[in-house]
Design a binder for this molecule. Structure first.
Ligand code: KG4
Ligand code: ZN
Length: 342
């Protein structure tokens, strides 16, 4: 079976083709980052309009890359949520319509299931069961994964997602949106412990997260530094970035450790945009070394949003005979608990 996957939930247009035998045979991605940069964040209406411009050409490019005609596609998968409603509608409408025209089944894919399964695009695939730490711009979740579609969300952020906190703090430090990766580069030159931020919700039991206080801690650090220096020096910015990143990482690592101990699982999967963070990877490698366990990541280009993870998740469901009817539905909010079994 060969599936075309379409991802348009936020600010990346991703189109890919996954072949059951050959694996990933086409992967096209267009990022809207430059489009939204001037606004300091994603402008939903601009995102939708740009997906309209880019999706069809990227589908043509993916078919060309794989040297296929539409008649050789056996199913279409599209992200149906969670995400921005207008952006989702573009991919869902194009995906559902193409499937109708090509007379193949269409399947609505959950964006976070796509992220969760993205490590399966690597050669070194994790076996079930495992704990998944999903850390993206919109979500921070710990999921107990006992098998395909057997997901139990055992912890999540009660306010900002980890990536969102990275982006807001980066903005405070004058970095362009989305500033997560730039903040982590800045942090490399920082002096540890010049500033001290809290490790939110680590002093009480449970697996939930809260990151909005860290943004406030960073804002307070900026204000106190501004009393000593007229404009923030590069060193002060790096010191704030360093402590912010350390606070996020310490918190994520502690909750992962708790989740692994609580379940007795020895495998950890980390996915979503923030899983690209080098310092986080180093800290988790140390944790898993201490616990005699293993940690898995998606290949680097599939940590952030992409069509490959949607094509792959869609293929697994289509193979089981699942498909959606002719109506076009998107779910801007879609709890993982509502996902049907594969
Ligand atoms: O998974 P993703 O592409 O989109 C969502 O589904 O939200 O994640 C994007 C997020 C952004 O917040 C971005 O700043 C963050 O991932 N990110 C990083 C790094 N690379 C991307 N955060 C920290 N360190 C990084 N190296
Ligand atoms: Zn995502």
């Amino acid at each position: 079976m060969r599936v075309l996957g379409i991802e348009t939930s936020c600010d990346e247009t991703g189109v890919a083709i996954y072949d059951e035998q050959q694996g990933l045979i086409a992967n096209q991605l267009y990022t809207q980052i430059a489009l939204h940069a001037d606004y300091g964040g994603v402008v939903p209406e601009l995102a939708s309009r740009d997906h309209i411009r880019k999706t069809a050409p990227l589908i043509q490019a993916a078919l060309k890359e794989a040297n296929l005609t539409p008649a050789e596609i056996d199913g279409v998968a599209y992200t149906a949520g969670p995400g921005l409603v207008g952006a989702l509608l573009v991919g869902a409408t194009i995906g559902r319509t193409l499937a109708y025209g090509w007379n193949v089944p269409a399947i609505a894919v959950h964006h976070m299931e796509g992220h969760l399964l993205a490590p399966m695009l690597d050669e070194n695939r994790p076996h079930f069961p495992f704990i998944a730490l999903l850390v993206s711009g919109g979500h921070t979740q710990l999921v107990r994964v006992d098998g395909l579609s057997q997901y139990d969300v055992i912890g999540e952020s009660i306010d900002d997602a980890a990536g969102e906190a990275f982006d807001k703090t980066a903005k405070l430090l004058g970095l362009d949106y989305p500033g997560g990766a730039a903040l982590s580069r800045l942090a490399e030159n920082g002096t540890p412990d010049r500033f001290i931020f809290p490790r939110p919700m680590t002093d009480r039991p449970g697996l939930d997260f809260s990151f909005s206080g860290l943004k406030t801690a960073a804002a307070n650090a900026v204000n106190s530094a501004l009393k000593m220096e007229p404009t923030l020096t590069e060193q002060t910015k790096a010191d704030i970035a360093c402590e912010f990143q350390a606070a996020v990482i310490d918190t994520l690592v502690l909750k992962c450790k708790r989740a692994l101990k609580q379940t007795g699982y020895q495998r950890l999967v980390v996915a979503g945009g923030v899983s690209a963070n080098k310092a986080l990877r180093q800290a988790l490698a140390e944790l898993m070394h201490d616990l005699h366990g293993e940690v898995f990541y998606p290949p680097p280009q599939f940590c952030t949003d992409n069509g490959a993870m949607i094509a792959y998740a869609g293929l697994l469901r289509l193979k089981q005979g699942q498909h959606n009817d002719l109506s076009i539905h998107v779910k801007p909010r879609w709890p993982m608990a509502d996902l049907g079994a594969i």
